[in-house]
Design a protein around this ligand. Sequence first.
Ligand code: FES
Length: 183
Amino acid sequence: MRVPGSETVVLDFPKRAVREPIPDEKFRYGFEIAPELVRTVLRDDEPDWVNTIFLSTRFRAWRVGGYNEYLYTFFKCLTDERIAYADGWFAEAHDDTASVEVAGWEVQRRCPHLKADLSRFGTIEDGVMTCQMHGWKWRLADGKCLTSVGHDLRCAPAGEPVPGEPIPPVEHHDARGQHELEP
Ligand code: FES
């Protein structure tokens, strides 16, 4: 639906572009915000639309698929400094190489959401891990996050290597070298 006097603006994240829609284009996420509200936050260089628009519920939204935390984080980070901080935070959150064993599964220690220790907060039922801190869930067969997009869990049945876990160095014995050192 197109409201008279309104305009559709596409935030094309893969192409890093703000553009007009192309005919019959389909979208995964949509927001409908009053044009005067958008003009005001743009005029004021407002860095956090979550605070100024979304928390006030002066908008309508729809989506295809799960909640996308990255999208809302983007709208909180509309300055170079803020987006750099968020980039660093997410990079660090995904650079957690420690693993723990929970009920026969080896999983990354830190919850992909806000880093709760899954050896304490993780519970497993019917092949699904739940972090009791905020209730996020993962399918252990493939690590897919069932709560939000893009927060998959490194996991494997205990005893098998966890994908992404650093491989310990293999000790290498050079028999010929040892022989040469012998008296
Ligand atoms: S810290 Fe695990 S669900 Fe939030």
